[in-house]
Design a protein around this ligand. Structure first.
Ligand SMILES: Cc1cc2nc3c(=O)[nH]c(=O)nc-3n(C[C@H](O)[C@H](O)[C@H](O)COP(=O)(O)O)c2cc1C
Length: 364
């Protein structure tokens, strides 16, 4: 497991755990700093934040930790021109806007934040690590990150995507299995038809590339981390596992729904953002599926459903909020992130010991 040691030493980590970036609230500066201070690698998911908000969050992490951390954006390749039947989607949203007491759905004025301006903050503040998902980074962005000596991590859901990322110059690759919560990182093919589990994906990507591979998707405890390392991963990237901890920005309704959820309740849906993402099935997803509609193009669909999602969070209405979560949800735990990290550290040791002890004598 030399790759694990090398990766950890490179980033000042004492435990091979990357806290996944979670845009939209859950991955706060407090969470990222707590995980980095515990010897893991914390991440901020800043895709939906303005350059000013990104700067504030990065400075806040720096107030809370001297250790390395990662900042994550989406590939601008994922952005599509406005297309689709806005009026039909607005009709699905309208009754929910009424229920939440907000004005009728409006066509979004702009798709979202400006990638170049966001990346500029990351480079200007010289963050140690930049990670990304939903595609490749443009060549100019990769060249700038390299010039600034920033370590770059891309996301792959197939071997082909991993190869493309390696060719583009990334320093490491997150292999995102289909169990994972949040958006599918898939960018070369139809995400819904290619849902490769972590167990199958990680070793195939490890065999195909020479950069370190981070395993992600469904890893919730020490057993999962040891399994990921056995498959050749340099570390485990865990998102859902941190969503109910004290420092996470997960809103109250979302948190409650996660704590009550089971492994058979997640689904991959385009209902909220227009791109496939895994989350808990709820009222809006069912209504969306019944409508038979096609989403407006990404990220416009995401911007269009934002007022409903924001109002739903304020009204504690989990039926109308995107509840991104992975299939390991039943193993979710609460408490301070440092305590979860301590438990994970102990579980890794126990799991390695147990694995050895359970083997037939001839294999010990
Ligand atoms: C609420 C939530 C938000 C996420 N947002 C992002 C994101 O902004 N960028 C990203 O690269 N991955 C994002 N992900 C995916 C994670 O990076 C990772 O692949 C996933 O959490 C791993 O699966 P797990 O949730 O089962 O641990 C998100 C996941 C969740 C649960």
């Amino acid at each position: 497991m030399a790759i694990v040691k090398t990766f950890c030493e490179r980033h000042g980590m004492t435990i091979p755990i990357v806290q996944a970036p979670m845009a939209g609230g859950p991955s706060t500066p407090e969470l990222a700093a707590a995980v980095s201070n515990s010897g893991g690698l914390g991440s901020l998911g800043v895709e939906y934040l303005s350059p000013r908000q990104i700067e504030q969050d990065i400075l806040r992490v720096r107030q809370l930790t001297q250790r390395p951390f990662a900042v994550n954006l989406f590939s601008p390749d994922a952005d599509q021109p406005l297309a689709g039947d806005f009026a039909a989607v607005a009709e699905v949203l309208r009754p929910y806007h009424e229920r939440l007491g907000i004005g009728p759905p409006e066509p979004p004025a702009s798709p979202g934040e400006n990638f170049v301006e966001q990346l500029d903050v990351l480079c200007r503040l010289h963050v140690p690590i930049v990670s990304f998902t939903l595609g490749l980074f443009p060549q100019a962005a990769m060249e700038r990150l390299k010039r600034e000596s920033i370590y770059v991590i891309g996301t792959a859901t197939t071997v082909e995507e991993a190869r493309l990322l390696e060719q583009s110059g990334v320093d490491a690759i997150t292999a995102q299995g289909s169990e994972a919560g949040g958006h599918r990182g898939t960018f070369t093919t139809d995400a819904e038809s290619v849902l490769i589990g972590t167990m199958a994906l990680v070793p195939q990507i490890v065999d195909a590339v020479s950069v370190p591979v981070l395993a992600s998707g469904g890893i919730m405890d020490g057993r999962g981390i040891v399994a990921a390392l056995s498959l050749g991963a340099a570390a485990a990237q865990m998102g859902t596992a941190f969503m109910a901890c004290d420092e996470a920005g997960t809103n109250a309704a979302f948190r409650q729904a996660l704590l009550e959820a089971h492994e058979d309740q997640t689904t991959v849906t385009r209902a909220f953002s227009g791109r496939p993402a895994r989350g808990l099935r709820n009222e809006f997803i069912d209504q969306w599926n019944n409508s038979g509609l096609t989403a407006v193009s990404f990220p416009w669909h995401n911007t269009l459903t934002r007022p409903m999602r924001r109002a739903a969070a304020n009204a504690h209405d989990a039926g109308l909020h995107s509840l991104w979560a992975g299939q390991g949800i039943r193993m979710l735990r609460q408490g301070p992130a440092t305590s979860i990290m301590d438990q994970l550290r102990q579980e890794i040791a126990d799991s390695l010991e147990n694995a050895r002890r359970r083997l037939p004598a001839a294999l010990q």
